[in-house]
Design a protein around this ligand. Structure first.
Ligand code: ATP
Length: 498
């Protein structure tokens, strides 16, 4: 039977990946704590994201902005006025529902972006009642998702925990452009916590009230929208495309080369196609099956008012295709809004065109770390019936523990410890001497350790050890001296056994 989201939550708790927050006090909905393996996996995937998007290129630099900021930031960005979901409350038991989700669940239609009036109409017309007690639902109303707080001892200034990381990129835009000496086109990346008081957090890590995002705002000269110098890197990639037109006509998604999607104007700018290709290749380079990903265009009704074109990268979760990453073309909306509200000029001088411009954000790839974490786990999870245990086939680069070190018998403890000490200078390793060797392999498989090293009696004679590959169970003998570079090679993609 396919693994459901609740099964994944159970697995994550049992193996020390993720725990329900404050469970000893009964827990609190929408908050999760990462355990020792979970925090390793999360840190690894964040590092890999930063390396791929920032360190390996010249046109993107990073910042790390604060969580609480001046409240005027959230007025200018429009969050104070319109960062809302539609709330429905039961008139009897007071159970609360997110309007669009309830309508989607009951009527099996897309309700993303619907206003309170539309939800009210659908609730009345379809006689939708409280799912818990069956009573009538009250009038739908907008509910602002920002957590508010007060700054200072006298509590004089009301502000908010940031609901997204992006706005800090806009407020620091001019400083970064100047100090990092960036020239258009360029991007600013950021990762960190975001907070949303979700009406109904659910589906484990998929919808939390505290989560992390990894975002890029990519700025271009406004007259360069049609020219992306990087498109050739991804244009031949075949991607599952689910355009607005396909959705409106009830057609399924279909594979298409990115260059064809641009040529046919399905994807409006080559930049959007480039970033879709880039983000998909980040996931696939770390082991995600591309068939589990698709690019879905926002329908006119769900697009934010400022966005020219928006695509979501969706993943095939056990509860359906759902957003993993959002990618809006935000034009100059945010820089203009902050210029107007702060009365500071946020335009920059573009040396190539010799013009002062307010750059356009042609694409804003915004990925939830916790959703990405779930994707890597779902794609890696294998219940290997032949082996009789779960094999978590995480890519070695993100696997929490890279190497398991085992003495075949306890008598070899001293020798095995020596190998362990030398390996742990290079990799995060795990030493295990309890139980049969088969049981130790199974334990390592279940937490995704890609390589296990066993020290046996031969080791005493020839200074070599057995190394086992998690995914194939293939084994080869390697000299202890060469072990770190052998493992380094494997992590970087060298085929096993060579
Ligand atoms: P949704 O429609 O699922 O509520 P959204 O469109 O509001 O998402 P964005 O504002 O585009 O989401 O946020 C960018 C990314 O941040 C999302 O694609 C997702 O990966 C992540 N994210 C957003 N809200 C949450 C949440 N409550 N819990 C976990 N991750 C989230």
């Amino acid at each position: 039977m396919a693994l459901g989201i609740a099964d994944m939550a159970v697995f994550c708790k049992k193996k020390g990946f993720v725990y329900p927050n404050s469970e000893i006090y009964g827990g609190i909905s929408g908050f999760w704590d990462y355990g020792h393996l979970g925090s390793e996996l999360k840190n690894n995937l964040k590092q890999m994201w930063w390396k791929f998007h920032v360190h390996s290129r010249e046109d993107i630099v990073g910042i790390d902005g604060s969580i609480i900021t001046h409240p005027k930031v959230w007025v200018a960005s429009g969050h104070v006025e319109s960062f809302v979901d539609i709330l429905l409350e039961c008139t009897k038991c007071r159970e609360r529902y997110r309007g669009d989700q309830l309508v989607e669940d009951v009527l099996k239609i897309s309700a993303d972006g619907m206003k309170a009036d539309d939800i009210n109409k659908l609730v009345r017309e379809n006689k939708i009642h409280c799912r818990k007690c069956g009573s009538a639902l009250g009038e739908a109303s907008p509910f602002n998702l920002m957590f508010s707080t007060e700054i200072g001892a006298s509590g004089g200034l009301k502000s908010y925990l940031r609901p997204e990381t992006a706005q800090l990129i806009f407020t620091n835009f001019k400083l970064v452009e100047e100090h990092a000496r960036m020239k258009l086109p360029f991007g600013i990346a950021q990762m960190g916590k975001a907070f949303r008081n979700e009406i109904s957090p659910r589906d484990f890590l998929f919808r939390c009230r505290e989560f992390e995002q990894m975002e890029i705002e990519y700025f271009i000269h406004p007259n360069q929208t049609g020219k992306c110098p990087f498109l050739n890197e991804v244009e031949d990639m075949e991607v599952n495309i689910f355009s607005a037109e396909m959705q409106e006509n009830n057609k399924p998604h279909s594979p298409m080369k990115l260059k064809d999607a641009v040529k046919k104007k399905i994807i409006q700018t080559p930049w959007h196609a480039y970033f879709l290709g880039l983000e998909i290749s980040w996931f696939t380079s770390l082991g995600v099956n591309q068939q589990h990903l698709r690019a879905r265009q926002h329908l006119r009704t769900e697009k934010s008012h400022y966005a020219l074109d928006t695509w979501d990268l969706e993943y095939k979760f056990p509860f359906g295709w759902k957003e993993l990453l959002g990618m809006a073309n935000r034009t100059d909306y945010d820089l203009k809004a902050h210029s107007e509200h702060s009365k500071k000029d946020l335009s920059i001088f573009d040396e190539e065109s010799k013009q002062k411009v307010i750059p356009h954000v042609v694409c804003e790839p915004s990925l939830g770390v916790d959703r990405a974490f779930l994707v890597f786990l779902f794609d890696a999870y294998n219940n290997d019936e032949a082996r009789g245990n779960i094999v978590l086939k995480l890519h070695p680069k993100i696997a929490p523990i890279k190497v398991g070190v085992f003495p075949l018998v306890n008598k070899l403890d001293g020798e095995a410890r020596k190998a362990f000490e030398s390996l742990k200078r290079n990799f995060y390793c795990f030493y295990d001497r309890s139980g049969s060797i088969g049981r130790r392999y199974a334990r390592a498989d279940e937490i995704g350790i890609p390589y296990c090293v066993t020290i046996d009696f031969e080791t005493l004679k020839d200074n070599s050890v057995t190394i086992r590959d998690r995914d194939t169970t293939e084994q080869v003998r390697v000299k202890i001296d060469g072990l770190p570079s052998f493992i380094e090679g494997l992590i970087n993609g060298k085929p096993f056994g060579r």
